[in-house]
Design a protein around this ligand. Structure first.
Ligand code: SF4
Length: 57
C-alpha cells in the first residue's frame, strides 16, 4: 500500500499505527473498521479503531 496517500475521509493522529499516513494526520487505508470493547458504550473512549496494527519496525 502507498502510505504517502492520505484518505481525506479518515483523520487520525495515531502515528504508531502501521496504516498511518507518512506525512499527514490521516489514515492511508481506503476504509477502516470501528468497534467497541464495551457491552454498553457510553463515552468516546469506549470505541476502537479495529483496523489498528502496531507499526512494524
Ligand atoms: S487503521 Fe485506524 S489507527 Fe491506524 S491509521 Fe487508520 S484510522 Fe488510524
Amino acid at each position: 500500500m502507498d502510505k504517502s496517500k492520505a484518505n481525506p475521509s479518515i483523520k487520525c493522529s495515531v502515528d504508531q499505527c502501521e496504516y498511518h499516513c507518512l506525512n499527514q494526520e490521516y489514515c492511508a487505508l481506503d476504509s477502516i473498521s470501528v468497534g467497541t470493547h464495551e457491552s454498553d458504550p457510553t463515552v468516546q473512549e469506549c470505541t476502537d479503531c479495529e483496523s489498528f496494527e502496531r507499526k512494524k519496525q
